[in-house]
Design a binder for this molecule. Structure first.
Ligand code: GTP
Ligand code: MG
Length: 394
């Protein structure tokens, strides 16, 4: 072993990736991302630093009276393998105020038509959505939760990225990470470039999945070269773009993709308080002839419950029923959960912010205030126009 990836070393040594990057910064070692490799000499140095830190912490904690410590960050992340039990205890810092818990990453899948976005999601979710779609084209945005080997991940499957752009145009950013799917037999196409531009504009970290590598005519190298021409340089060419070859058909590389998603999410340090005030964003909505208005909401903060009053723009509704992305009825939904809600009387638009209200009266008050603000703005505009016209004369 001459070189090792930063994240695998972090895993082996039982420290988190951010800590590892901190040490590398301290050593003045340059890297592009946690998947960059480092030399064996550097690995030895890191081991020494960690051992020294542990030794320094150990006597102090031995002398200290049994001070009550809050349970040390009981995160549900994969339990690191500590070097020894003694070091693990010594490394714990006295816990401060309880931290806001981590939340699952929201990942948007974008790319050119037919490059395999839905199929890739199907493989991850082990479902068969793409085969059932009319004409094989995704007609509406779907938001799904998937339980993966790397924990819960929420995916948004966007047709032609419309939803992504309208949501962003309204100032809401629902995605934490963008996966750009590029078919290995087709390389970069117009919608691929658009997708890349959207991800860059939204400033979300981007991972490229080169799909369909099972095809005999697949040419992953060409895709990488084409990306380089857009100034997106894959890691193996010395850049910092994470590129993962995958096949939605055979499943090759999908585990690696999930690993990169979870690493990126870890670095982004995504958190939300399920006990805090609720806020969410409308992903899409439609009117079902029988059921009425069905709105898909992404819960961003807090928790939604059946019976809650919600306010969107100048509308409000009471949650009559809520289903998860698998279609199952649920009573509550915490951060990073896409839910379909029944209870609005009018269909809200994609990207609109959703808030909750204590009761119907409070919801009406919020709406009345919003309507009055809007009228003030409209009146002011009319007044300005009139004044201008008067100034210009007949
Ligand atoms: P739109 O939603 O229309 O933009 O398409 P999409 O990107 O979701 O593509 P979709 O998943 O519908 O796949 C398009 C076609 O490519 C289908 O016929 C899939 O069976 C096929 N396909 C997708 N992934 C792979 C793959 O990894 N290998 C092979 N051989 N075929 C694939
Ligand atoms: Mg699709």
């Amino acid at each position: 072993m001459s070189k090792v990836r930063i994240y695998s070393l972090a895993k082996d040594l039982g420290v988190d990736n951010n800590k590892m990057l901190e040490i590398l910064d301290g050593l003045g070692v340059s890297y592009k991302s946690v998947s960059s490799t480092i030399e064996e000499d550097t690995v030895d140095l890191i081991r020494e630093i960690l051992a020294a830190e542990a030794a320094e912490a150990a006597p102090a904690s031995a002398q200290a009276p049994a001070a009550p410590m809050a349970p040390a960050q009981a995160e549900t992340q994969a339990a690191p393998t500590p070097v020894s039990t003694a070091t693990a205890t010594a490394e714990r810092e006295p816990a401060a105020a309880p931290e806001v818990p981590h939340r699952a990453p929201v990942v948007t899948i974008m790319g050119h038509v037919d490059h395999g976005k839905t199929s890739l999601l199907d493989y991850i979710r082990k479902t068969k959505v793409a085969a059932k779609e009319a004409g094989g084209i995704t007609q509406h945005v779907g938001a799904f939760e998937a339980q993966t080997s790397k924990g819960r991940i929420v995916f948004i499957d966007t047709p032609g990225h419309e939803a992504f752009t309208t949501i962003r145009a309204r100032g809401a950013n629902v995605a934490d990470i963008a996966i750009i799917v590029i078919a290995a037999d087709d390389s970069l196409m117009p919608q691929t470039r658009e997708a890349i531009a959207h991800a860059q504009a939204a400033k979300v970290p981007m991972i490229v999945a080169i799909n369909k590598v099972d095809l005999p005519q697949a040419d992953a190298d060409r895709v990488k070269t084409d990306l380089t021409q857009l100034n997106l340089v894959p890691e193996e060419y010395g850049g910092d773009l994470v590129v993962v070859p995958v096949s939605a058909k055979t499943g090759e590389g999908v585990e690696d993709l999930l690993e990169y998603i979870s690493l990126t999410a870890e670095l982004e340090d995504l958190r939300a308080d399920p006990k805090g005030p609720f806020s969410g964003v409308i992903i899409e909505s439609r009117v079902d002839r029988q059921a009425g208005v069905l709105a898909t909401v992404m819960v961003q903060e807090g928790t939604l419950h059946v019976g809650d009053f919600l306010v969107v723009g100048e509308n409000y509704g009471k949650i009559k029923a809520m289903t998860d992305s698998g279609g199952g009825r649920i009573k509550e939904a915490g951060p990073s959960t896409p839910v379909q809600i029944l209870g609005f009387s009018e269909a809200p638009s994609s990207g609109e912010q959703v808030a909750s209200a204590k009761n119907e009266h409070a919801a009406r008050e919020v709406i009345a205030q919003r309507a009055s603000n809007r009228r003030d703005v409209e009146n002011a505009r009319i007044q300005r126009k009139k004044t201008l016209e008067e100034m210009m004369g007949p």
